[in-house]
Design a protein around this ligand. Structure first.
Ligand code: SAM
Length: 239
């Protein structure tokens, strides 16, 4: 990040929070989404695969689930680089790759996504799942993602969202304000982190507001597709 960029300390708080829940992150995730997150990642990877990328950057890679799905779906793939601020999450990711996809060429590196340590136009595709709502400076993070995407390359961002349908929204609110914090305290031993989750979803720009940010970051023709009634949304664009 630019030395002059003011910080509220959010990035450091987020890093510590994910370091603290890394061991139980995958299990809590599956429980909270009843396993549907896997389907959402699969559909995201399918869209990326349709552009036949050779080099992919997975931003806020966490424990590397999306990266591993991409290695299954992208036949022309040569290398995936995953970056994350939390060494705890990266360590879990490395263990999973060694167990489940030892042949895959996935390199995990610690970096702040708001100041990516890569040259301009280095990747055919830049992806992120459930990461960008945690950025301290979202616009700067998206500009960085665009900077390292080659012209004609693609971006795919999978993020949680608030359903637009009022009935679904009621169910969603109940779920996120009761069940998710309960799972957080029982299984991840960190209620705070899982109280933060619904709050962060409400705060991140959604649907048209998010695609507008992609255009402002330098991508063209940004679109979105809501999954499961809008509990998650895939935002995608071409540079
Ligand atoms: N992509 C993974 C997935 O699909 O499960 C992990 C998502 S997890 C909810 C969010 C991740 O974003 C965490 O691993 C966190 O450390 C990472 N993160 C948040 N802010 C970041 C930043 N500024 N730079 C790099 N990683 C960041």
């Amino acid at each position: 990040m630019d030395q002059a960029t003011p910080t509220t300390g959010k990035t450091e708080r987020i890093r510590r929070m994910f370091d603290g829940i890394a061991d139980r992150y995958d299990f809590a995730n599956k429980l909270m989404t009843l396993g549907i997150d896997r389907l959402w990642r699969r559909r995201t990877a399918r869209w990326v695969a349709s552009h036949s990328p050779h080099k992919i950057l997975d931003v806020a890679v966490g424990t590397a689930d999306l990266s591993m799905e991409l290695t299954r779906q992208c036949p022309a793939l040569e290398q995936i680089t995953g970056v994350d601020i939390s060494e705890g999450m990266l360590q879990k990711g490395r263990e999973k790759i060694a167990q489940k996809a030892p042949q895959a060429n996935i390199q995990l590196e610690q970096a702040n996504c708001e100041a990516l340590p890569y040259k301009e136009e280095s990747f055919d595709a830049v992806v992120s799942s459930f990461g960008v709502r945690n950025f301290e400076h979202l616009a700067q993070g998206l500009e960085e993602m665009c900077r390292v995407t080659r012209p004609g390359g693609v971006i795919a961002i999978l993020e949680l969202s608030v359903p637009r349908n009022p009935i679904l929204r009621c169910g969603y609110t109940l779920w996120t304000h009761t069940f998710i914090p309960l799972v957080g305290s029982l299984f991840a031993h960190n209620r705070g982190a899982y109280n933060y989750l619904p709050r962060s979803v409400r705060q991140v720009p959604q649907y048209e507001a998010f695609t507008k940010m992609l255009l402002e970051a330098g991508y063209g023709k940004a679109e979105y597709k809501a999954f499961s009634g809008g509990i998650a949304t895939l935002y995608y664009a071409i540079k």
